[in-house]
Design a protein around this ligand. Structure first.
Ligand code: C5P
Length: 247
């Protein structure tokens, strides 16, 4: 069965504070993107990997080329594409490179550079069993509340006021790789292209676009090593994971 993995690596990485795209930031001496690509190849589920990088970034393009040489002729086909200004734009750009005849696509954040093989395999297995959409998910440890900005007098006390408490046992923190039937994902992203700016800004993963089509999204177990490296603290955790027993 033919599976492609889209790796989105076109983000700016501002929150990490390195002054360079996050995919280039070193982790254990190698770029975050290199770790992410190795993770995908090691799971051994893809015949093709499509990488979205910041537009015109020659360094990241060269890094993909190095990875292509590392995996050799027996490795997956590596396609590189310029990403867009939002994550969804980057996914759409990469989907344009997916080979004809592909049945399933996994979309993975380069920032989740340490995702273990078993998570890729759980997602791929659920797709093989007939699911059209599969996401890795983790229970939530914090209590999660909704808030609004305060107006008037209350603004003097605190900037936000709580409007509700979500039932924690029903909540999941969602990771990548998210897996889809290829046709379904293309349809979901085509629908999202019509969104206005505020709707587009509210897209934070691919599965939510499939949910809007009314197609069931299945959740399998994720992994804590799949953390999305976003802040300096995350980078410290990722370095420790690499050095420790989980590395
Ligand atoms: O910004 P966020 O943390 O949601 O980014 C998640 C992933 O999406 C990252 O791996 C980032 O590189 C990617 N991304 C992208 N194109 C964008 C924005 C984010 O490929 N325009």
């Amino acid at each position: 069965e033919s599976t492609a993995v889209v790796v989105v690596a076109a983000g700016s990485g501002e929150r990490l504070g390195y002054g360079m795209p996050k995919a280039k930031v070193p982790l254990g001496g190698e770029a975050i993107l290199t770790h992410a690509l190795r993770g995908v190849a090691s799971a051994d589920i893809a015949r093709q990997i499509c990488v979205a990088i910041p537009e015109g970034d020659q360094e990241l393009r060269a890094l993909c080329e190095e990875f292509r040489q590392e995996t050799g002729e027996d490795g997956p086909l590596i396609s590189v594409v310029d990403g867009g200004s939002t994550r969804a734009d980057s996914v759409r750009a990469a989907l344009g490179k997916v080979l004809d005849g592909t049945r399933s696509v996994l979309v993975h954040d380069a920032a989740r550079a340490l995702t273990p093989d078993r998570v890729f395999q759980r997602v791929a297995a659920a797709l093989s069993s007939g699911a059209k959409a599969v996401i890795p998910a983790m229970p939530v440890v914090d209590t999660v509340k909704t808030v609004t900005d305060t107006v008037g007098d209350d603004a003097g006390i605190a900037p936000e006021i709580v409007t509700g408490t979500a039932p924690r046992e029903q909540l999941r923190a969602v990771q990548t790789p998210q897996g889809f039937d290829f046709g379904t994902l293309v349809r979901a992203h085509a629908a999202a292209e019509q969104f206005d700016d505020s709707q587009a800004a509210a897209i934070t993963d691919d599965a939510m676009l499939v949910e809007l089509l009314g197609i069931p999204v299945h959740a399998v177990r994720g992994a804590s090593q799949s953390l999305k490296i976003t802040t300096p603290l995350d980078l410290i955790i990722a370095e420790s994971l690499l050095e420790g027993p989980l590395g």
